[in-house]
Design a protein around this ligand. Structure first.
Ligand code: ZN
Ligand code: ZN
Length: 346
């Protein structure tokens, strides 16, 4: 067994290195990685070497959206066997704090998350991971779909925190990967009208293909007026911002229905943005936020397996392992064209 990893070295640069195959603890399994999705956060580290307080120090392995095959199991592993295909939930939590104990483990302050410094990611041949964070893929769910479970879980969490229900009208700002998986999630939960807003025509076309009932190009159309007319002046039950732009965050309150819910998902470049709380209070509206996701890997896998969610449609570009740097450079230079790029390791 030989393990090769691709490291980012400085910014906009990558090198391959031979690394040791990880030694398993009793409850770990060893996974031969097959597919890795490139996330916006990976690209951000690649370009800037940091995200907020998380700073890359030295050579660093990116990648946290992945699936592969179990090739070895620890002595105390009970539910997985060699040959199982699995997707890996990236965050290892402490299991002991109050957040872990109440099931909100995504809020655990002691999480070790793949490709969040100082913890290396999965752009390598072999990775070890605790058995309980590896989720078996049924035969009709591919490794590629397995790798997409991670971003899909974000969309499912956004729709769940927004309490999106059968018959709802939902507005989604942003058509990046997370905007689109949020659209798929809202549709799967039974939303009747899904209005998607962005400024990129090709992305809006994609949103239509994935089930948006209306799309609005904010460059050409007055977003607030258009949503007013699409909702008989009432606004949307749920408004989800995945764009993270100052203007879209501000507009959420204008387009939410009285008594409705706003979910903030996209991170704004500035920490503080202006928001009309008086208007929100006049509507008895609620603002909610999400941080990653929790308890949603099994849900996502079931939704893909049953056909409720067709997530593989979001993959726009595929590269092999040797061309990982080319893949990252392409994503950096063609951001509007790429919805989701994936690397085939195996
Ligand atoms: Zn991701
Ligand atoms: Zn914890």
């Amino acid at each position: 067994m030989k393990n090769k990893a691709v490291y980012m070295q400085g910014t906009n640069n990558m090198v391959f290195k031979d690394v040791a195959v990880p030694e398993l603890s009793p409850k770990d399994v060893l996974i031969k990685i097959d597919t890795v999705g490139i996330c916006g956060s990976d690209v951000h580290y690649y370009q800037h070497g940091k995200i907020g307080d998380f700073v890359v120090n030295g050579d660093f392995i990116l990648g946290h959206e992945c699936a592969g095959e179990v090739v070895q199991i620890g002595t105390e592993v009970e539910n997985l066997v060699v040959g199982d295909r699995v997707c890996l939930e990236p965050g290892k939590t402490c299991g002991k704090c109050e957040f872990c104990k109440e099931g909100k483990y995504n809020l655990c302050p002691d999480v070790e998350f793949f490709a969040t410094p100082p913890y290396h990611g999965v752009l390598q041949n072999y990775v070890k991971h605790p058995e309980d964070m590896c989720f078996k893929l049924p035969d009709n769910v591919s490794n590629m779909e397995g790798a997409l479970v991670e971003p899909l879980a974000v969309g499912l969490h956004a729709a769940s925190i927004g309490d999106v229900k059968l018959g709802d009208t939902v507005v989604i700002f942003g058509t990046g990967c997370i905007g689109l998986v949020t659209l798929l999630s809202c549709k799967a939960r039974g939303a009747s009208n899904i209005i998607v807003v962005d400024v990129l025509e090709n992305r809006l076309k994609m949103a239509e293909k994935l089930g948006a009932t209306s799309v609005i190009n904010a460059k050409e159309t007055d977003v607030i007026k258009e949503i007013e007319s699409l909702t008989d002046g009432k606004g949307a039950n749920v408004v989800i911002d995945t764009a993270g732009a100052e203007i879209t965050v501000k507009q959420t309150v204008d387009v939410v229905k009285r008594g409705g819910i706003i979910v903030l998902v996209g991170m704004t470049p500035k920490d503080e943005v202006s928001f009309n709380f008086m208007k929100l209070m006049g509507k008895e509206g609620e603002v909610r936020t999400i941080f990653r996701y929790r308890n949603l890997y099994p849900v996502a896998i079931n939704a893909i397996a049953s056909g409720s969610i067709n997530v593989k449609q979001i993959v726009s570009h595929e590269y092999d392992f040797e061309h990982t740097k080319e893949a990252f450079d392409f994503v950096v230079n063609n951001a509007s064209e790429v919805v989701k790029a994936v690397i085939k390791i195996d």
